[in-house]
Design a protein around this ligand. Structure first.
Ligand code: DGY
Length: 326
């Protein structure tokens, strides 16, 4: 039996990452675009020293039991890590890593695209043409809402929130944000960004963008009470994680005209989408494409592999998941 480390990969990842893993150890990889069942994951990780996981892989005590005590590292190919029970990993001395940085621009691009799509009714317009419905240029035909001079309220001013703010500023928007702590004064000054409470942000923003991580503390952070605070002309954009927004409350807000529209890249129970959202013409819905560019996915795979290889080699990984803030 080989004494090279055993590495399990719970979904297909680009060659750029696989190459590094193959150089390091004996690799077992899930070779299908379908998501493996929990049981299939548990079989695959048995005896592994490193597991490279996708965001669809749940890493909990059952996973860690299935893997066994030799497991050293869980390397997530995503910046979000709500699929991993960090405390359970830490309790067993398993290092956890993610892929921040390399997907910042791609995700901020999608957030900005959703801002433009929903305010300019691009999804609605596209559907009219595809359905072969009659249409005619008209002075009052399918008017949207301009974003210049409007306030973008960003919830979660990490790398992606800041990258979105830069884009929005270039489009002439003003920036408000809510965050656990203020960003560096130089960044605030560069972006002209104003820190405010969540309530003030909801009440005064023309577009609210969700860019914070998902955790029990942010579950349904945006729900009926927040929609009640929002202007009826305001829009919601979510490119972070679905369960931060209460989808049933959102459907209600969209259907009743409580808010003007929503642009969503993420959903509460992916890949299922709340049936009410499908009926809302004022909702732009895209299937979790935030990091979906060839360049970004290659970079994510490479970084995740690098993280795993480093831990297996006894070297500090480039991007360990920081311990939770108190
Ligand atoms: C992430 O990395 O968390 C993204 O959601 C993947 O697209």
């Amino acid at each position: 039996m080989s004494d090279r480390p055993r590495i399990a990969v719970t979904g297909r990842i680009p060659h750029a990452g696989m190459e590094l893993l193959h150089e390091m150890g004996e690799v077992v990889a899930w070779d299908s675009l379908d998501v493996p069942s929990v049981q299939q994951v548990h079989e695959m990780v048995r005896g592994a020293h490193a597991v490279v996981t996708l965001l669809t892989t749940k890493v909990d005590d059952a996973f860690l039991d299935a893997a066994g005590p030799q497991l050293k590292v869980v390397s997530n190919v995503a910046v979000g890590h709500n699929n991993i029970d960090l405390a359970a990993c830490a309790a067993r001395g398993v290092v956890t890593t993610n892929t921040p940085g390399v997907l910042t621009d791609a995700t901020a691009d999608i957030a900005m695209a959703l801002v433009l799509m929903v305010t300019r009714r691009l999804g609605e317009g596209e559907r009219v043409i595809r359905r072969g419905e009659p249409w005619q240029w008209g002075m009052f035909y399918m008017l949207g809402s301009g974003i210049q001079g409007r306030r973008l309220g960003i919830i979660g001013m990490g790398d992606i929130g800041q990258a979105l703010a830069r884009r929005a500023k270039a489009f002439g928007m003003t920036i408000a944000y809510s965050n656990r702590r203020p960003v560096a004064p130089a960044v605030e000054a560069e972006l002209g960004a104003q820190l405010m409470s969540l309530d003030e942000l909801f009440a005064t923003s023309d577009i609210v963008s969700v860019n914070c991580p998902y955790s029990p503390a942010t579950h349904h952070l945006v729900s009926t009470a927040q929609f009640e605070l929002m202007k009826p002309t305001a829009y919601l954009v979510n490119t972070a994680r679905g369960p931060i927004v209460d989808e049933a409350a959102l459907v209600q807000a969209l259907q009743s005209g409580r808010i003007a529209g929503a642009g969503l890249d993420v959903f509460e129970a992916e890949p299922t989408v709340h049936p009410g959202l499908l009926e809302c013409d004022n909702a732009v819905l895209v299937p979790h494409l935030g990091s979906a560019t060839v360049e970004t996915r290659n970079a994510m795979a490479r970084l995740a592999a690098h993280n795993a290889v480093n831990v297996l080699s006894g070297v500090e990984p480039p991007t360990p998941i920081p311990p939770p803030a108190n």
